[in-house]
Design a protein around this ligand. Structure first.
Ligand SMILES: Nc1ncnc2c1ncn2[C@@H]1O[C@H](COP(=O)(O)OP(=O)(O)OP(=O)(O)O)[C@@H](O)[C@H]1O
Ligand SMILES: [Mg+2]
Length: 280
């Protein structure tokens, strides 16, 4: 089953390693003694029910929130991540769920927004060349880099957002629910992309509610529950039911799982996911 990571020393191969990280919001303990490792060329999925602490963890790693205590190491060195620029400078890029793309701007403009290439004036040609290079490396199916983001599919937008985060040459990339809003074909496209990021040697942290995606692409799964580590699994050695039991805190018992309204077909995990999508 799962092993506790809390007492384990940082793994030698980890790019990013967390031990006993805590974050409180007033009386709410959002993260308690969280541990996490990600190595180069590894995809680690983080799963958990609503309120489990996934977004808070992402925000700690991307410099949006400062943890109250705990040890964070990047390439074996103790670090602090005081703000988003520090995270990027260190080599941690985050693609947030809302993607933060500008619908009215084209692909190139979105890729280089705020860091345009210039040689005196804007170097349009260099930016277009670099855009195509990047998208080709990702085998992205984007018809043109001169069309507005508004005319791209959800999967294509996700690709552009990921491509943009790669411009800073990160070592770790965090994807927050990269397939949440996508159909089947687009999800497959994004999962292929995640594999290419791993092949490039990045450490990938993927937040997901979707067991099928997790099992398709992750090497390891870390379960958060009520702000704590509640299981770590190697994909291939675990069933969706076992992961779901760790997510819900249910024992491996069909009755409890049914009570928790879990969809064992592996499409969506918890009922709360469905609720969230309905209210979105
Ligand atoms: N800025 C904040 N101020 C106060 N409480 C917060 C804040 N951000 C998160 N929390 C609380 O921390 C806990 C963890 O929330 P978090 O958003 O990290 O969960 P999550 O796993 O991302 O859930 P979801 O699947 O719904 O996105 C929750 O109880 C939430 O209410
Ligand atoms: Mg969240």
């Amino acid at each position: 089953m799962s092993t506790s990571t809390t007492d384990r020393p940082p793994t030698a191969t980890s790019i990013l390693s967390l031990r006993n990280v805590n974050k409180n919001f007033g009386a709410v303990a959002a993260l308690t003694d969280i541990s996490l490792d990600v190595a180069a060329g590894e995809v680690v999925a983080i799963v958990g029910d609503n309120g489990a602490g996934k977004s808070t963890l992402v925000k700690v790693l991307s410099g949006v929130h400062r943890p109250d205590s705990g040890d964070i190491r990047f390439e074996s060195r103790p670090v602090t991540i005081p703000n988003p620029t520090a995270a990027l400078d260190m080599g941690i890029a985050t693609v947030f769920q809302d993607l933060a793309l500008c619908d009215n701007l084209n692909v190139i403009e979105n890729l280089f927004l705020g860091r345009e290439l210039r040689r005196g004036r804007l170097d349009e040609i260099a930016m277009e060349t670099r855009s195509w290079e990047l998208l080709r490396q990702l085998s992205a199916k984007i018809p043109s880099v001169r069309i507005p983001i508004a005319s791209l599919s959800g999967g294509q937008r996700q690709t552009v957002a990921i491509a943009r985060s790669l411009l800073g040459d990160p070592k770790v990339i965090i994807l927050d629910e990269p397939t949440a809003a996508l159909g089947v074909a687009q999800t497959a496209e994004v999962l292929n992309l995640v594999e290419r990021l791993r092949d490039r040697g990045l450490g990938v942290i993927m937040i997901s509610h979707n067991m099928a995606d997790v099992q398709a692409v992750a090497d390891r799964v870390i379960v958060l529950r009520l702000g704590r580590n509640n299981g770590e699994f190697t994909v291939g050695e675990v069933t969706p039911e076992e992961i779901i039991a760790a997510i819900t805190g249910a024992t491996e018992n069909a009755v409890t799982l049914r009570t928790a309204k879990i969809d064992l077909r592996g499409v969506k995990t918890a009922q709360s996911t469905v609720d969230k999508e309905v209210t979105r």
